[in-house]
Design a protein around this ligand. Structure first.
Ligand code: G3P
Ligand code: MG
Length: 245
């Protein structure tokens, strides 16, 4: 694989409803080298893939993910809001997603959404499932809640973690290393010619998000980042392959 790797953010959400199996499959068909997704926990302790803590935007349900059982969530439609073609798509379980990625040569970035709503035990359950499906090597766990990343490292020191951040953090690699992280997942604005040297010298992986404009994609490629997390994996694929985008 040529670097930077193309990571489909929630799949390929301009072509298929975000965080659905349809979107993950289409992202790979559109040229993604890997997938990013967001994990939360149901009322009965199952892990599901959905970005918002609330169901309203991306399903026909209402209220918090955390107050619904898996059975209740699986009865919801997670595709019809996007277009009639995708009606019937479900909120994926993490198990379903890991079954899909297992055995494929893919980079997988699982973001723990544990900030607005806290999910005690989510790190333990996530890592247990990664082990069960034999995908720990392919996965980077990221989060804006860095306590979650510390918890992951305490459970399994070999699991890769990446700090998500959107502020202009000074020397983020010093901080990232202090919590044992393996990767920086910055909002892409803070990856610049002035900061890239320190990031690279740190030896940490540099995986900016969410890079959607062709100009910004080219800039990130020029700076030599490791992965680019994008909503437009198809566009980035064409740029990487040298076509006009
Ligand atoms: O992991 C990158 C990105 O997904 C972080 O923000 O809100 O899109 O999950 P968000
Ligand atoms: Mg995310």
């Amino acid at each position: 694989m040529m670097f930077p790797a193309i990571i489909g953010h929630r799949g390929v959400p301009h072509l298929a409803p975000e965080n659905t199996m349809a979107s993950f499959k289409l992202a790979l068909e559109s040229g993604a080298d890997g997938l990013e997704t967001d994990v939360q926990m149901t009322k009965d302790g199952e892990l599901v893939l959905i970005h918002d803590e609330l169901l309203e935007r991306t399903t026909d349900g209402t209220g918090l993910v955390a107050t619904h059982t898996l059975g209740e969530l699986r009865a919801l439609d997670a595709g019809g809001w996007f277009s009639p073609e995708f009606k019937g798509e479900r909120i994926p379980t993490l198990r379903e997603f890991l079954e899909f990625v297992s055995g494929r040569d893919l980079l997988v970035n699982i973001e723990i959404k544990s900030g607005v709503v806290l999910y005690p035990g989510i790190e333990q359950e996530l890592i247990a499932l990664l082990r069960a499906y034999g995908v720990t090597e392919n996965v980077i766990i990221s989060s804006f809640n860095h306590y979650s990343l510390v918890a992951c490292k305490e459970i399994d020191g070999a699991i890769k973690t990446g700090i998500l951040y959107m502020c202009g953090m000074v020397n983020p690699w010093v901080y990232a290393k202090s919590i044992g992280a393996d990767a920086l997942h910055p909002l892409f604005y803070s990856v610049r010619s002035e900061t890239i040297g320190g990031m690279k010298d740190s030896g940490l992986l540099i995986n900016p998000y969410t890079v959607d404009a062709p100009r910004d994609m080219r800039n990130m490629i020029g700076l030599g980042v490791d992965s680019i997390i994008t909503n437009y994996c198809d566009v980035l694929r064409r740029i990487k392959d040298g076509d006009k985008a």
